[in-house]
Design a protein around this ligand. Structure first.
Ligand code: CS2
Length: 476
């Protein structure tokens, strides 16, 4: 079968949306670090719409920090790929043209720095996942015992971390009298803008105090909240997509209709007309971020561990059971009072929409995918909520069960005895941590004795009755 490419575009079925602009005339204005499925289904679609609107400054250079897999899929396709939006039985495909090229940082770090230091590059966006920031959550600052951080602190000719690349490129821009680009984290971390800024300034300071000061004064690190559910693409998805398109697209992504991007209105220079693209610009991203992390992501992680232990392959299976839905509602009842939601956010409606999004059977969002990297996710998704409730002397039943399920997950075995590998950057440390206190300590968390014993009690129930039993108990 023919591969998707510029020349194959004319063969696609008429109802497949495609770039309406002249791709060759588009200039690169964005470098994106971490070009995984999420970027392709989210930010790249916004930049594609900006190009479609006639503003040709926003083509993207994607960067893979480690693997060549995405480059090897996109390059033979001239950077083109399909975003397949699935909603129950309905499906709509858009071919995105915003990605001009993909660079693999380990192969050619100088090319990555050059792209970022180019005068036409105004935005550097990041989806490098929580662990990519290399932050020591317990002690604060950069991870001092990380080999890549140590290498970048010593020299930046061939950076290994995203933070190192940003500093190296900003140094070049400063040397050439160019303004800094705007660096925008699009990862699910609270205060992601401030975190990125602090990490970049700390790395810069290790090399050049004046550079660090220039970045602090002139740089811009807006916080942003991104939301779209993008499950990993499977071979079956690629085959179904090929049958529909009549050409093969090995870089496709599948997603839901919903998409949201809230950005702190703080830029160092040019930007697309974000408001016209449906992006919300605001002074305060924090309240949006908290609502999303604590309601969407908190429930996601709880579903991943409880559902995964009970044998659910997909999220929609868990919320397809009345007790699964009741559990999620209970978790939200606990989380909601800890929020100070933005005025524009109708939380009751948001919860109804979330439940509908989780229930979308066509997404096939795997519990094991969400379960990954729990040590990086738990603190902001569940632990902070739990700590806030303890502080306010409010009960923590569902939150405690969710945290206990994460702990039970570390044994690497479902309730029916099926073994699986725990995927986490500190998997070894978690495997050897025994009991509630040791597991909390491993992720840099301290909780009061009452909270710890509530978690411990649910851990005992999970061991005795399994996740399905524990969920039945908590909602009865
Ligand atoms: C999920 C998120 O994998 C996960 O941890 O909770 O990727 C989630 O799908 C997105 O944040 C939705 O915007």
């Amino acid at each position: 079968m023919m591969r998707l490419s510029e020349t194959a575009l004319s063969r696609l079925p008429a109802d497949v949306e495609r770039p309406a602009y002249d791709r060759k005339a588009a200039k690169r204005g964005v470098v994106h670090l971490g070009i995984g499925a999420f970027h392709r289904a989210h930010q790249a679609v916004y930049f594609d719409r900006a190009l479609d609107s006639g503003d040709l400054r926003w083509a993207t250079t994607g960067v893979s920090l480690r693997s060549a897999a995405v480059r090897d899929r996109l390059q033979p396709q001239d950077g083109l790929y399909g975003v397949v939006v699935r909603d129950g039985d309905a499906e709509q495909t858009r071919i995105v043209g915003a990605v001009r090229e993909v660079l693999v940082a380990t192969e050619d770090p100088a090319a990555v720095i050059a792209a970022m230091a180019d005068r036409d590059t105004h935005l550097v966006t990041l989806t490098i996942t929580e662990k990519g920031y290399k932050l020591d959550r317990a002690a604060g600052g950069l991870l001092s015992d990380d080999a890549d951080v140590a290498a970048d602190l010593a020299a930046l000719d061939a950076p290994r971390t995203a933070i190192g690349f940003i500093v190296a490129a900003l140094a070049q821009r400063r040397a050439r009298n160019l303004p800094p680009f705007t660096a925008m984290s699009c990862d699910n971390l609270p205060h992601n803008g401030a975190l990125l800024r602090a990490a970049v300034i700390a790395m810069a300071r290790a090399h050049d105090g004046d550079l660090a000061e220039w970045i602090a004064d002139e740089g811009a690190f807006p916080a942003s909240m991104v939301d779209r559910i993008v499950p990993a693409t499977t071979e079956a998805d690629i085959a179904a997509h090929a049958a529909q398109l009549g050409v093969e697209d090995r870089a496709m992504v599948k997603t839901e209709p919903f998409t949201q991007w809230v950005i702190e209105d703080r830029f160092a220079g040019e930007r697309p007309d974000f408001a016209a693209l449906g992006v919300q610009l605001t002074d305060a991203v924090g309240p949006w971020e908290d609502a999303k992390l604590r309601l969407l992501n908190g429930a996601h992680s709880a579903i991943a561990y409880l559902g995964g232990l009970a044998g659910d392959t997909f999220v929609h299976e868990f919320v397809g059971r009345p007790e699964g839905r009741a559990f999620v509602e209970k978790l939200w009842n606990e989380a909601e009072p800890t929020l100070s939601p933005p005025e524009e956010l109708d939380v009751a409606q948001y919860r109804r929409d979330l439940m509908a999004r989780f229930s979308n059977p066509a997404l096939q969002h795997r519990t094991h995918q969400i379960a990954m990297d729990g040590s990086q996710k738990l603190p902001q998704r569940l632990i902070a909520t739990l700590a806030d409730r303890r502080e306010a002397t409010q009960p923590i039943d569902a939150l405690a069960l969710a945290v206990a399920a994460w702990m039970r997950w570390q044994a690497g075995q479902t309730d029916s005895g099926e073994r699986f590998a725990v995927e986490d950057p500190i998997a070894d440390r978690l495997a050897s941590a025994d009991g509630v206190d040791a597991l909390l300590a491993a992720i840099g968390v301290t909780l009061d004795p009452g909270a710890r014993s509530a978690i411990g009690a649910w851990l005992t129930t999970l061991e005795r009755d399994g996740a399905a039993g524990a969920v039945r108990t908590i909602v009865s």
